[in-house]
Ligand binder design. Structure first.
Ligand SMILES: O=C(O)[C@H](O)[C@@H](O)[C@H](O)[C@H](O)COP(=O)(O)O
Length: 233
């Protein structure tokens, strides 16, 4: 259990947050490339990351040595407006970052479990741990696809778990999901939580103070290198 309080950085604008976070992630990737010869990055989906992804896409690092993976994905094809892979391809994998490799979680198979198993095999070939992870959060305290009502939640949040990616079934999630597991996320060398707006700030503060451990708090409390919270109104 990590014993450090999360570090909050409050920004006066979402633009300044995006640029600062992009700089921090680029630095973490450059450290990985300098020290290990490659950089491994995991990005979330949803609506918050687009501006940050666009800022990161223009950072002048050796993107040919970077592999981008997804923190989580909806079980939909890339052509769906719900696709996180579509979001990353449109906003991150352009400009300088177009040279990066991209490993997606969705596979065009009938069952989400088969998609998870196929992605697991591909992720097994990557040079873990992650150099940088950017998480988002929902007002219900979910992060990645660790939804509080997920059938698989105990396995998803197990710090001793051995899977890299799992299928998720949760009423509150809408469609079935695919998500990296807690151990893969919390072992990152740079772990950031990117949230915006008063509702999410309140939800996070409440989650940190509550008796019940919501998924976001489980991640924060298991973050080996701590977690940095990037917040703008
Ligand atoms: O697939 C997803 O939706 C995300 O990865 C998820 O964990 C996201 O970070 C939160 O739901 C916040 O989403 P918003 O940025 O849209 O509020």
């Amino acid at each position: 259990m990590a014993d450090h309080e999360p570090m909050w950085t409050v920004f006066d604008s979402r633009e300044t947050l995006a640029e600062t976070l992009a700089e921090a992630v680029a630095a973490a990737l450059e450290d990985g490339i300098d020290e290990r010869g490659y950089g491994l990055l995991a990005v979330s989906g949803g609506s918050t990351p687009a501006r940050f992804m666009q800022a990161l896409s223009g950072k002048p690092l050796d993107w040919s040595k970077v592999t981008v993976v997804q923190v989580d994905e909806r079980f939909v094809p890339e052509t769906s407006p719900r696709s996180n892979a579509g979001l990353a391809k449109t906003n991150l994998l352009q400009n300088d970052a177009a040279a990066a490799s991209f490993v997606t979680l969705y596979r065009d198979v009938a069952e989400v479990a088969a998609s998870a198993d196929s992605a697991e095999a591909e992720l097994a070939t990557l040079p873990w741990p992650l150099d940088a992870v950017i998480l988002g959060m929902g007002p219900d305290g979910h992060t990645a696809s660790f939804f509080p009502d997920a059938k698989e939640l105990p396995q998803l949040l197990d710090p001793a778990g051995t899977r890299s990616v799992m299928a998720v079934h949760a009423e509150s999630a809408g469609e079935p999901r695919l998500t990296l597991t807690l151990p893969r996320l919390v072992s990152a060398r740079f772990l950031a939580l990117h949230i915006e707006g008063e509702e999410k700030r309140f939800a996070l503060e409440a989650a940190l103070a509550a008796d019940t451990i919501l998924p976001i708090r489980a991640v924060i409390e298991n973050a080996a290198e701590g977690i940095e919270i990037f917040w703008a109104p």
